[in-house]
Design a protein around this ligand. Structure first.
Ligand SMILES: Cc1cc2nc3c(=O)[nH]c(=O)nc-3n(C[C@H](O)[C@H](O)[C@H](O)COP(=O)(O)OP(=O)(O)OC[C@H]3O[C@@H](n4cnc5c(N)ncnc54)[C@H](O)[C@@H]3O)c2cc1C
Length: 422
């Protein structure tokens, strides 16, 4: 079934539009990466874009919707927007108003709920102390383990806060989340979580912290509401890549599946989400409570804290890490980075396919980083477009010639390479 701009459309309507004129861009994936590029290409360059997603909705993992009780939920887990980039924030502000929101997380440790990231109150509450900020610095120094080199996620934490806090807050959580011990994971994973000596209990310290006032999906709808953008849902790009003419592809799915895992599967960590609606106004004190050491889930998040919605009932989500399932988190280990590089080298040989986003570049990116990456990618595509447009009529640059052939419905080199490796 196909849908155009979110509206039910007769089967094949997008294909018809494409068959008449062809699309300048086929964009695979309607998450942040695909939607930012669709919006830029259509509004800034006037290009015709077909955006395809195999899911039944736009927004990728940031998609939100109202559940049966009418509570706005994030089906793929809580998504909190935060960034230090004014450019990213200004860009998205064209499509949404914002609700200021600072995320707070508590960790359930030794039967107590204490602030996470670890701060002055965390340590005082946990150990029954009355340290000041200065004394906490000295405390951390006294318990920190010396490390010549910070290589792994374990090194990062024990070198900062010592073994006991590492065991209480990080070891169990990381083992649950990744199915690996922190000593087996790149430093980047735990380096993302700060440690504070003051009482700041905000989860993020970014300059801009806010949620789209009417939700992410409404924001995506506005981004994609342009006559040059056609949307086809419930469709794997492989089903249509040879029937609808296009000149250039932007691919935001997993890079290994694009190449049919020819060098092997890139490992991803998955999650199972258990959503519940409860007949009570509030379930927990803050947006998210972490369970580093007990239970099969890593955390419980309550949406009304995050969205600000008022409702007599409340909806929560439990996250159970899984080895199999939808690819959510690239696993940051040196051997995976090596494997990714082999796919990246293949990708660079395809001038008509651009790989962008969290899965296509196999990076653990937040939403704002994906937006920044997509805006930077757009600049490069625009330069290329302008260079092609500068070639006098009747003459083609080599790239322009092959893309024109692809647009005329001929087998495009990019489509061919995608299918021969499929
Ligand atoms: C549980 C969880 C919580 C998160 N929380 C936060 C947070 O609080 N703050 C934050 O900033 N970031 C958060 N993130 C990260 C955020 O989800 C990503 O940065 C962002 O969604 C990446 O956008 P993307 O477009 O690269 O990928 P995606 O959103 O994954 O979009 C890719 C799209 O491509 C589609 N696709 C793939 N293959 C095909 C195919 N063959 N044919 C057609 N379509 C295809 C997929 O269906 C998908 O919709 C979280 C991620 C997870 C998993």
């Amino acid at each position: 079934m196909s849908e155009l701009n979110g509206m039910m459309a007769p089967e094949g309507a997008a294909a018809q539009a494409g068959a008449e004129q062809g699309f300048d861009y086929l964009i695979v994936g309607a998450g942040f990466a695909g939607s930012v590029l669709a919006e830029r290409l259509a509004t800034q360059l006037g290009l015709r874009v077909l955006i395809v997603d195999k899911r039944s909705h736009i927004g990728g993992n940031a998609y939100d919707r109202h559940d049966d009780a009418g509570i706005l939920i994030h089906p793929y887990g809580p998504h909190i927007f935060h960034t230090n980039s004014a450019d990213v924030f200004d860009y998205l502000s064209q499509f949404t108003q914002w609700r200021p929101y600072q995320h707070r997380v508590l960790a359930n440790v030794d039967g107590q709920l204490v602030p996470m990231p670890i701060n002055l109150d965390t340590v005082n509450k946990l150990y029954g102390l009355k340290l000041t900020s200065f004394e906490l610095e000295a405390f951390f120094e006294s318990v920190a383990e010396k490390r010549e080199q910070i290589r792994t996620s374990e090194d990062v934490v024990v070198a900062k806060v010592g073994r006991d806090l590492y065991n209480k807050f990080f070891r169990g959580y990381t083992r649950k989340q990744w199915g690996l011990d922190p000593s087996e994971l790149d430093a980047s994973v735990t380096a993302r979580v700060p440690t504070r000596t003051n009482r700041d209990d905000r989860y993020f310290a970014d300059t801009f912290q806010a949620m789209p006032l009417h939700g992410y999906t409404r924001m995506f709808e506005k981004m994609l509401a342009h006559p040059n953008i056609k949307i086809m849902l419930n469709t794997d790009y492989r089903e249509i890549q040879h029937c609808i003419p296009w000149k250039h592809m932007v691919y935001t799915g997993p890079i290994d599946t694009f190449f049919d895992c020819k060098y092997g599967k890139l490992p991803y960590r998955s999650l199972e989400f258990r959503h519940e609606t409860l007949p009570q106004e509030q379930f927990q004190e803050v947006g998210t409570v972490n369970y580093p050491n007990d239970y099969g889930y890593t955390r419980i998040s309550e949406f009304k804290h995050i969205t600000g919605q008022k409702h007599p009932h409340t909806s929560v989500v439990y996250e159970y890490p899984r080895a199999e399932g939808d690819p959510y988190y690239p696993v940051p280990q040196p051997q995976n980075a090596e494997l990714y590089k082999r796919y990246e080298a293949e990708a660079e040989l395809l001038p008509h396919v651009t790989f962008v986003g969290r899965l296509a570049t196999y990076r653990y990116y937040n939403m704002d980083q994906v937006v920044a990456q997509s805006l930077a990618t757009f600049k490069k595509l625009r330069q290329r477009h302008e260079a092609d447009a500068a070639v006098p009529a009747g003459l083609f640059s080599s790239a322009g010639a092959t893309r024109a052939a692809a647009g005329a419905g001929l087998a495009s080199p990019n489509a061919t390479s995608a299918s021969t490796t499929a």
